[in-house]
Every structure is written in C-alpha cells, then in structure tokens.
Design a binder for this molecule. Structure first.
Ligand code: NAD
Length: 354
C-alpha cells in the first residue's frame, strides 16, 4: 500500500486513528476528515475486509462524505467515520464494543459516533456505556432520535417532489412513476410515502419476498433487480447500494430524474457529467439523503444541552432539503456545471477548503 496520504481518498484528513486492543481483539480505524464546523460525526461500520487496504479506503471515503453531508445539511458538525475490522466469522463481542467505546471517549468529543452497516442499536447502546459521544439511540416518547431511516426517507420524498416539479413541472405526485431500487429501511418507507401521495411505483429488491409483500400492500409493480434501472419511468430512485450509476447503467436509464438515498451513487465523479449529458436531473446523494443525520444531530445536541428535541423541529430542518436541491439545480442550469460538482464545491467552501 502506498503511504496513507498518497491515497486519493485521503484528501487532507485532519487525523486518522488506528485502534488496536489486544485484550478484546478490537481492530478499528477512526477517521476525522474535518472538525471545521464542529465535532466530526459519522457512524461506525462493522465489516469484514479481505484486504485491509480497502478498510482504510472505505473509512476515508465515508468520512469525507460525512463532512460534505453535514456541511450541506447546515449542521454544526464536521465529518468522520469509524470502521471496526471484523474477522471472517464476524465475531463481535461485548469486550470489543467496550474497547471501541473507550477509544471514542479518548477522543474527548472530537468524534461522535452512531450506527452504520453491521452495527445495531443494541451495539450502540453497549458503546454508549463507555462514552457519551454517541447518537442514534432509541427514541423516547415523541422525541426524535433512534433509527434515522424514517427521517432519511422523508427527506428523499420531499426531494423527489421537488425534482418532479423542477424537471417535469408536476405540482403533485399523482401518477408520477417512481422506480425504487431497494425496499429496506429507507426505500420501503419512501415507497409508502410516495404511494400515499398518489405516485405509481415499480419496486425491486434482492429480498424478493419482502418486496412482493410491500408491492401487494401498495398496489405497486415488481420487477427483477436486473430490470429496475431500465424501467421507463419519471424518477429512478436508488436506495440499495452505492456505485450503481456507471457507464453502462447510465446509458440504459429511461428516466429523466435520478433521486434516491443510497450513499455514493456515482461509480466515479465523472458519472455526474454523463448524467448531465443525457439531460437527466441528478439529486446529489449526500444532499437528498441528509434527513437521518439531521435527526441524529438534533438528538445529540439535545442530549448535550439536557433538553428534549421534538419531531416537528427535525422535520422542519429536513424540509429545507428540497430548497437546497433546487438551488443546486438552478446553478447547474445556468453554469453548465453538474449538480454533483456544484454540491461538492459548496460543501468544500463550507468546510473551509474551497
Ligand atoms: P437496508 O439494508 O435497510 O436496505 C437496503 C435494501 O437494499 C435491502 O432491502 C436489500 O435487500 C436491498 N438490496 C441490496 N442489494 C440490492 C440490489 N442489487 N438490488 C435491489 N435491492 C438490493 O439499508 P437502508 O438503511 O435502507 O439504506 C439504503 C441505502 O441508503 C444505503 O446505501 C445507505 O448507505 C443509504 N443511507 C441510509 C440512511 C439511513 O438513514 N438508513 C441514511 C443515508 C443513506
């Protein structure tokens, strides 16, 4: 592996911590890309990397992504991310989570963690036994917090409404056809919100049973996971994996809008240009999918200030997402740059790296 700072994903990280605890067997990396706007916030991923270099690349890319997402969401938070390196059997023990909590605590609040892939709410509660620099814990009563999925879905729903208005001149979602890739926590909730608003839906998920049940409940069509990106529709909404927008898939898209919650949708930065060349309106992923982190941040600050945060306040902040998208699309239309380039430039400016 080349030196850490030669990796393209390094991008001037403020600090990268490699954590090793022999007693528990914990190996983790905590990357802090920027604390310019506040404590670096971003979840912890528990993943088995056959090649450890990929763990480093993953944490760096995700950490920078959180800097951009938090800045664009108007949050007083920087960007960071942690990965816990799982063994092949994905052994996860209370001692490892405790040692991870101790490592977060030692950073003294420069990093605030939450759940990510492979880390459950119960795992985060175990981490929270050792450090208070944690968010994404179960909501109590009418408080925001806990699972960010519903808040992420709500922001994407509002973003899709804005895209349909901006690109298609549609004032309502009645009859607007949305093809949803991935009907998990985010995509499933998004489907329900869209169905309630009159949209026509086509769904696909590798969990065919789950997708079929949802389709019957909502009166939606089902297609295979191979077909979903070629459905002729008004909006293609990726809510499963990253990297789905590449040369081949963009050439095959039959939708004037791409707007969904998956992180890192563009396989490479230049795929933003390919979308623009095909006159497909693209909602930059970290702008439209910020609803969850807005909830997580509100929960965190309410806890540190010993007050309650209510759902209405979080929803108001999420309701700012469509305006942010429209402003990006307007600048793209007048400047000839892509929406992805404009979002990146604005985020870099906000974190003092413009
Ligand atoms: P999830 O695991 O609940 O759902 C993902 C769904 O995608 C699953 O149902 C899975 O079966 C399906 N899937 C996987 N591969 C697929 C394929 N090839 N084709 C179709 N479906 C496939 O995860 P989630 O929390 O809903 O997150 C979805 C995406 O949104 C991820 O990229 C995640 O990083 C991103 N995201 C989530 C949140 C959040 O609040 N949960 C916030 C921001 C971004």
């Amino acid at each position: 592996m080349s030196a850490l700072w030669d990796l393209p994903d390094y991008d001037d990280h403020e600090v990268v911590h490699f954590v090793r605890d022999h007693a528990s067997g914990l190996s983790a990396i905590i990357a802090l890309h920027s604390t310019h706007l506040g404590p670096a916030a971003g979840g912890t991923r528990f993943w088995h990397y056959a090649d450890k270099t990929n763990a480093v690349k993953d944490v760096l890319r995700l950490s920078r992504g959180m800097s951009y997402k938090n800045a664009m969401a108007g949050l007083p938070m920087g960007g960071g991310k942690a990965v816990i390196l799982a063994d092949e059997d994905r052994t996860k023990t209370p001692a490892m989570l405790a040692a991870f909590g101790d490592a977060v605590e030692r950073l003294g609040g420069r990093y605030v963690t939450a759940e990510d892939v492979g880390i459950s709410v119960a795992d985060m509660q175990a981490v929270a036994e050792r450090t208070s620099f944690v968010s994404g814990l179960p909501a109590e009563g009418d408080n925001a917090g806990g699972d960010p999925g519903p808040f992420t879905a709500f922001g994407i729903f509002l973003g899709i409404q804005a895209a349909a208005k901006f690109k298609l001149g549609r004032d309502s979602m009645d009859g607007v056809h949305v093809a949803i890739q991935g009907t998990g926590s985010v995509g499933g909730r998004l489907a329900r919100l869209l169905a309630k608003d009159g949209a026509k839906l086509t769904l696909a998920d590798i969990d065919a049973d789950g997708a079929n049940d949802l389709a019957s409940e909502l009166g939606a069509e089902i297609v295979s996971t191979d077909e979903i990106m070629q459905v002729e529709c008004d909006v293609f909404s990726p809510n499963a994996l990253g990297g789905v927008l590449d040369d081949a898939s963009i050439a095959a898209l039959r939708s004037p809008i791409v707007a969904g919650g998956a992180n890192n949708q563009l396989a490479r930065p230049e795929h933003g240009k390919l979308l623009a060349q095909r006159e497909i309106l693209y909602a930059p992923d970290y702008v439209i999918n910020a609803g969850g982190i807005i909830s997580v941040a509100s929960e965190y600050f309410a806890k540190t200030e010993n007050r309650e945060v209510d759902v209405a306040e979080v929803r108001e902040r999420i309701a700012e997402i469509p305006g942010r998208l429209v402003s990006i699309w307007e600048e793209a239309a007048s400047s000839g740059r892509t929406s992805a380039e404009i979002a990146d430039a604005r985020a870099q400016e906000l974190i003092g790296r413009g």
